[in-house]
Ligand binder design. Structure first.
Ligand code: SF4
Ligand code: SF4
Length: 206
């Protein structure tokens, strides 16, 4: 479980209605109405993406009057199903996906098994950030895909729905081309598969 202590606050005088904050909010908590950004305090997870990207400095992170507690109870889901979903996405269940808040693959898998269908759903219940476009978002997209979810960017052209290729997606031609340049795709793959096997056995740690 995680405690959310911060909340985004917008200074209307400085807001120019550019919608940058809307596009970077991982939980759809901020919307521009009549050229002014409005924050839904119940949804805001205090990630500060909007504060960091606002071009006019209109957003400030303030302390919540009452902190929010969020998180998914993985004990409410059959751990065998969690392992199976992680295995399909080539992830160890204990692997940390979001380095900002420490969300693990098993918590994300549990969120999906409990009904989350989009990155925004997962972020809302776990607090996972998803804003860096490479680290946490990629394994999150792989878990959603493995669960059969179709990935559709929400209205507004979000930035993080593209899935990058993994070592499992590369053709033999590509692998051969890069082998001589010091890439070790097959070896990487074998190592990850070993980790995933450990995860199936309930192996220790990351
Ligand atoms: S990014 Fe800043 S200026 Fe742009 S809409 Fe959001 S709060 Fe307003
Ligand atoms: S980007 Fe983060 S801090 Fe800003 S409204 Fe969305 S959840 Fe809150």
């Amino acid at each position: 479980m995680k405690t959310v202590t911060l909340l985004s606050r917008v200074d209307e005088q400085k807001c120019i209605g550019c919608r940058t904050c809307e596009r970077v909010c991982p939980v759809l908590a901020i919307k521009v109405v009549d050229r002014k950004a409005l924050v839904d305090a119940d949804r805001c997870r205090g990630c500060a993406n909007c504060e960091q990207r606002c071009p006019t400095g209109a957003v400030t992170m303030v302390r919540r009057e009452a902190p929010l507690t969020i998180g998914v109870d993985i004990n409410s889901v059959d751990y065998g199903e969690i392992i199976a979903l992680c295995e399909k996405a080539k992830l160890h269940p204990e692997q940390r996906l979001c380095y900002c808040v420490g969300t693990r693959a098993d918590e994300v898998a549990a969120a999906i098994l409990l009904g989350a269908r989009t990155p925004e759903d997962v972020s809302l219940v776990t607090g996972m950030r998803t804003g860096c476009t490479i680290e946490c978002i990629q394994p999150l997209l792989r878990l959603l895909e493995a669960a059969g979810c179709e990935l559709q960017p929400p209205e507004g052209g979000w930035q993080w729905y593209g899935r990058t290729a993994t070592a499992w997606d590369l053709s033999e031609d590509i692998k051969q081309k890069y082998d001589s340049r010091g890439f070790y795709f097959d070896e990487d793959r074998a190592l990850f598969e070993k980790l995933v096997e450990e995860g199936k056995k309930g192996g220790a740690g990351e």
